[in-house]
Design a protein around this ligand. Structure first.
Ligand code: PEP
Ligand code: MN
Length: 338
């Protein structure tokens, strides 16, 4: 249930409604908006008695939320949520581009990648230091030294950084070095990690699990927001299908669906979504055309010698071309890729 307060409701009236909610053993989530404050309620098993709140001073109306996800639903919060990371904005009419290698491999590699993506127009730098690999014999990431190299490359090149946390231990380190935390596809339903991410104090990119429905993705986001962290950016990164011409099937229909049902920004990852370098630019254009709030793209200074995901990593000059094409599309649909 959502309690919409009157435009002129005082902070004291908002607090008394919150107090009434707490008295029922439930949790109030006040969400101040441009026009008025709305107060979400969670913790209830069944319907909450609306009559109890309708009479309270300052209350304008009560909305029953029908979706299983509450805090992340459009019913709860009508306007688009904007997620800020430094001077980068996800959502609204901005189009954000995150780029960099799959993994941080060395100081030279991450610095060259950062310089290349920055000069091409990317807004943020990516690079994994903790890699969830299918094989235990594959490169697992540099760990904390990798985080240091990523943070330094970001600072040198004026780019905020995002990197993946795979468990509680790596989350603690990631929070120390990065501007934004990535929760990967394999951990989308790691509920204890989601809860920790909800308390970590940094914005989060939450990637869709490779066999997750959109309801499951939104419920996963709900875990993070329910802990008090509203800065969640969703990411469509492809799901597993029978198709074998790509690594995954990038489900671009997820983007308009999520935008209708949730206020959270959603970006696309055509690198993991296709797994093939030559398909990354066309699918990036398509993602921009369907209204994605941004992209996350793997770019490597020397993809042929990359320690992970080389076959889907763009050469720097291909990324320059990608940005030009995507920018043309964002212009047509009225968004800004600054
Ligand atoms: C990655 O971003 O490098 C990654 C491992 O992504 P995903 O979790 O989508 O597979
Ligand atoms: Mn990768």
């Amino acid at each position: 249930m959502l309690i919409v307060m009157d435009t002129h409701a005082t902070p004291k009236q908002v607090e008394s409604v919150c107090e009434e909610i707490r008295m029922l053993g439930l949790t109030p989530h006040p969400m101040p908006g441009a026009q008025r404050t709305a107060i979400g309620i969670t913790g209830n098993k069944g319907a909450v008695d609306a009559a109890r709140f309708e009479q309270l001073p300052g209350v304008m109306r009560i909305i029953q939320v029908t979706a299983p996800y509450k805090l992340v639903s459009r019913e709860f919060h009508e306007a688009d949520s904007l997620v800020h990371v430094g001077n980068v904005t996800f959502g609204g009419n901005q189009f954000a581009v995150v780029a960099g290698p799959c993994a941080v491999e060395s100081a030279e590699q991450i610095d060259r990648a950062a310089a290349a993506v920055k000069s091409a127009g990317a807004h943020m730098l990516r690079g994994g230091a903790f890699k969830p690999r299918t094989s235990p014999y594959s490169f697992q990431g540099l760990g904390e030294p990798g985080l240091k190299l990523l943070a330094e490359a970001g600072q040198r090149n004026g780019l905020p950084v995002v990197t993946e946390a795979i468990d509680a231990e790596s989350l603690e380190l990631v929070v120390r070095y990065a501007d934004m935390v990535q929760i990967g596809a394999r951990n989308m339903q790691n509920f204890s990690l989601l809860r920790r991410a909800g308390r970590c104090g940094k914005p989060v990119i939450l990637k869709r699990g490779m066999a997750a429905t959109l309801e499951e993705l939104l419920m996963a986001a709900e875990y993070i927001v329910n802990e008090g962290n509203h800065d969640v950016v969703l990411c469509e990164r492809g799901v597993r299908t029978f198709a074998d011409h790509t690594r995954n099937t990038l489900d671009l229909s997820a983007i308009p669906f999520v935008q209708r049902t949730s206020h959270l920004p959603i970006i696309a990852d055509p690198s993991h979504g296709t797994g093939r370098r030559e398909k990354v630019t066309p699918l990036s254009c398509a993602a921009a055309a369907v209204g994605a709030d941004g992209l996350i793209i793997e770019v490597h200074p020397d993809p042929d010698h990359a320690l992970s995901d080389g076959q889907q990593s763009l050469y720097p000059d291909q990324f320059v071309d990608l940005i030009a094409r995507v920018r043309a599309i964002t212009t047509v649909i009225g968004r800004h890729l600054n």
